[in-house]
Design a protein. Sequence first.
Length: 142
Amino acid sequence: MRTKIAIALIVAATAAAACRRTERAAAAEPVDAFFAQQGLTRSQAWGRHLFALHCAVCHGAKGHGDGKNAYTLDPLPPDFSATLHTHPPAYWHQIITDGSVSVGRSPLCPPHGRILDADDVDGLVAYLDVLAKAPEPQRHRR
């Protein structure tokens, strides 16, 4: 009798463990679906999050150089819709890591290489690529 109970407990524990693994695998699918609905990969979505935390205050939410802090800067932050496509990703990677002064630009954009790891910087560069390819907003005529 005890053997049957022990076998039943082992079978139940194995089934429960298998269900947990299935739940974890299934839990990742809605996250990927969420990013796909937004047209972003995980890396791009993480980059967007980091952009909002570290860059948008000067560069603006969409990278147009119109952030809340932009008016205090001289020179003004660049409008990424006009400049992102003019440089390769390595250029943006260097600016994020070492600051804009590292490429001969204004010293006002600080280096983030001390607070962001390589995956974070890659995510930001991936999101900048999204901003570079974003269509221009349509203006309504009156």
